[in-house]
Design a protein around this ligand. Structure first.
Ligand code: NAP
Length: 339
């Protein structure tokens, strides 16, 4: 447990959607004490003023430094964490950052997809537990994956990182639907009820910032990728959920049963990964930290369809962040996360 009795945790960016989900999980986590909730424009308000469903009398405070907390979660917009994380990590705190600031190793890709220069040293352990458990266990500061990146990478990884004989991946085309909470709590006209009710909209086709993140997690990059990759995200009138349809072209045909068995074997030690015999659905994973995966079809030409589903605010953000904290502290990774 890294020498802590009962570690204290604080959230910077606690008043947003990911911060609220973290608050709920950490309040009921049996082995940590939730110490401080930091906010920006909402500082001074009670948690219950914004989220009456959260049973606490805690009040949001402005973040002006904090030497007493052991573990920090940062749930800030991209670009706001890059000075705070090094300060906290440098003073010996454990840090889990939910933004994209520390995910990409390639500064050229970061500039291309986030529109910001970054220090080449601003990279943390990429904390996707199903793939990088040992690296996370040893890390003091980690970068929590993006929500689309989590659902998509987990659906491709067994075929790319442990390819079946003569059946390497040639091309991946993925479409993915996100619920509206994926864009955060700040109001945006194009995401308002009158724009999104009874509507679905694709956006950033081939240009979404999770594209290089997915490829990096799979051991390649977007500038010179080892296989073709196209990602088209879509927004739909759900509050929560990520639903991905991955069309993966393999070098040869493999029966669905063999691919399913391979996925089950690859994820045999992953408690939050469920290989489903039947079609995955968003409602099967909402409010949980599970990622459901279904191998749907495999055509004679090697084209294979995998469907995955997660809750963007739990496995795609706060739940996965707590899963990472558990691993960093040496707890069982499911600790405090199973309902
Ligand atoms: N939403 C998701 O599904 C999801 C999934 C994975 C990762 N993430 C990532 O998690 C992070 C938080 O996302 P979110 O959706 O929870 O966002 P959000 O709902 O918009 O919340 C943002 C939080 O950051 C605070 N904040 C905003 N501007 C700030 C500034 N200039 N300085 C300091 N604090 C500031 C806000 O405080 P006030 O409200 O007090 O102003 C709020 O607490 C983002 O990096 C996002 O990409 C989100």
């Amino acid at each position: 447990m890294r020498g802590y009795k009962k570690p204290t945790v604080s959230i910077i960016g606690a008043s947003g959607y990911s911060g609220a989900e973290l608050t709920k999980i950490l309040l009921r986590h049996p082995s940590v004490k939730l110490e401080n909730l930091y906010a920006h424009t909402q500082a001074g308000k009670k948690v219950s003023d914004i989220y009456p469903e959260i049973d606490t009398d805690m009040v949001y405070a402005p973040y002006e430094g904090d030497v007493n907390t052991d573990i920090f979660f940062l749930a800030l917009p991209h670009g706001e964490a890059h000075t705070i994380v090094p300060e906290l990590a440098g003073s010996g705190k454990l840090v889990i950052d939910l933004s994209g600031d520390f995910r990409l190793k390639n500064t050229q890709e970061h500039l291309q997809y986030y529109g910001k220069e970054k220090d080449p040293k601003a990279v943390l352990t990429y904390a996707l537990p199903e793939l990088f458990h040992e690296e996370i266990r040893q890390a003091k500061a980690v970068s929590n994956p993006g929500c689309y990146a989590t659902a998509i990478t987990l659906g491709i990884a067994p075929l790319v990182l442990a390819p079946l004989k003569d059946a390497g991946v040639k091309q991946v085309n993925c479409t993915a639907v996100s619920g509206i909470s994926g864009a955060g709590r700040t109001a945006k006209v194009e995401l308002s009820y009158s724009e999104m009710n009874n509507n679905v909209r694709a956006y950033k086709a081939g240009l979404h910032q999770h594209t290089p993140e997915i490829l990096q997690a799979l051991g390649t990059d977007s500038i010179n990728p080892a296989f073709g990759f196209m990602f088209t995200p879509m927004i739909a009138p759900l509050v929560r959920g990520i639903y991905t349809v991955l069309n993966i072209q393999l070098e040869k045909h493999l029966p669905v049963s063999q691919i399913r068995a391979h996925f089950s074997d690859f994820y045999r030690s992953a408690p939050f990964l469920r290989i489903r015999e039947t079609m995955t659905e968003v409602r099967h994973v909402t409010y949980t930290n599970f990622c459901d995966v279904h191998v749907a079809e495999s055509a004679k030409n090697g084209s294979t369809v995998i469907v995955t589903a997660i809750d963007n605010l739990v496995k795609g953000a706060a739940g996965q962040a707590v899963q990472n904290m558990n691993i960093m502290l040496g707890y069982d990774e499911t600790h405090g996360l199973l309902l």
